[in-house]
Design a protein around this ligand. Structure first.
Ligand code: UDP
Ligand code: MG
Length: 311
């Protein structure tokens, strides 16, 4: 009998834990031809999430729990889930029920037809602020224009993945994993699965702007070197401008056209402009260096404090 693993990352999700379990459980139970497990990752929740899932896991042995020592972030939580799942196919789903569990049977049909990655593509997104929709759109536009891998837009981490692809992802040693990019990068037979993204069942988003920017940075930097080339272009641009200014100054001097000795304003504009270009270039480079530093330190991506129903 084939087994399906469902990975559910949770960070302060006490308002949705019970409903999430109830809906997933009833769907998974109804799949008679499959065995299943739920791998719930408690990503350092400070509320009652851990107590609630550990109660569920004591009654239902198909519920496996990994509890982190602190909040390591959504991507780290999903990465841990992928490492510990044992199914022939793995489904990644958010706890807040924005991605309806009722779609699982249709996704499984596509898997049975031979697709290795069935990724959820949002036809519509209810209950998300215009700001979030706009930033998400800009992000995918920027990412796809910079990167060599086509990363499908309107796609999150909601997807069904065959075990062989999960094994490849698990082998990748990098730390700041941008999973939806990596899933696209690995190749294999992939297909989108269109669905309507629902409103969050309860509670608030756990992705504040700070975390979104970090994710966007990881996405862009781990999939493109083009920002580094931009630094080179900015350098060339500055040199060209300064050459033009030099020629202008020489002509003015020798032909007595203008008196350039009182150019305080132009001098200040020039200095601040080029200081800006340099600092901006340094910022781009430090984003890369910071991530290289993270990689060399070789610290684990997450620390597991407690496990339930997992040997
Ligand atoms: N999440 C997590 N760690 C975090 C942030 C989020 O495990 O640091 C989980 C969260 O509990 C949810 C999923 O990741 O199951 C997606 O988060 P959320 O729904 O808040 O993001 P949004 O849908 O608003 O982008
Ligand atoms: Mg959500």
């Amino acid at each position: 009998m084939k087994k399906i693993s469902v990975i559910i990352p949770m960070f302060n999700e006490q308002e949705v834990v019970d409903e999430c379990y109830k809906r997933l459980n009833s769907i998974l139970k109804s799949l008679e031809e499959y065995d299943y497990e739920m791998v719930i990752i408690n990503d350092g929740s400070k509320d009652n999430t851990y107590n609630m899932i550990s109660k569920i896991a004591q009654v239902d042995k198909k519920v496996k729990v990994l509890s982190f020592s602190r909040n390591f972030g959504h991507q780290a939580a999903v990465t841990a889930g992928l490492k510990y799942s044992t199914g022939d196919a793995v489904l990644i789903i958010d706890a807040d029920l924005q991605d309806p569990p009722e779609l699982i049977p249709d996704m499984l049909k596509l898997w049975e037809q031979g697709y290795d990655v069935i990724y959820g593509k949002r036809k519509s997104r209810a209950g998300e602020s215009p700001f979030k929709l706009f930033t998400a759109k800009m992000f995918y536009k920027t990412l796809n224009s910079l990167s060599n891998v086509e990363i499908p837009k309107d796609t999150g981490d909601f997807r069904l993945v065959d075990k062989k692809v999960v094994d490849v992802i698990n082998e990748l040693p990098e730390h700041n994993k941008f999973l939806r990019g990596l899933f696209s990068w690995v190749g294999y037979k992939q297909t989108p699965f269109e669905y309507e993204r629902k409103r969050r069942f309860a509670g608030k988003t756990k992705y504040p702007l700070r975390k979104m920017l970090k994710l966007a940075g990881d996405g862009i930097i781990s999939f493109s070197n083009k920002p580094l080339k931009l630094v080179g272009c900015l350098g060339l641009f500055s040199i060209v401008i300064s050459m033009v200014l030099l020629v202008y100054a020489l002509i003015s001097y020798f032909c007595n056209l203008n008196d350039l000795s009182s150019g305080w304003t132009s001098l200040m504009i020039g200095i601040t402009f080029f200081a800006g270009v340099q600092l901006f270039s340094l910022w781009i480079m430090s984003e890369y260096i910071g991530r290289i530093y993270d990689e060399v330190k070789q610290r684990p991506q997450f620390i597991i404090d407690k496990k339930i129903n997992i040997e």
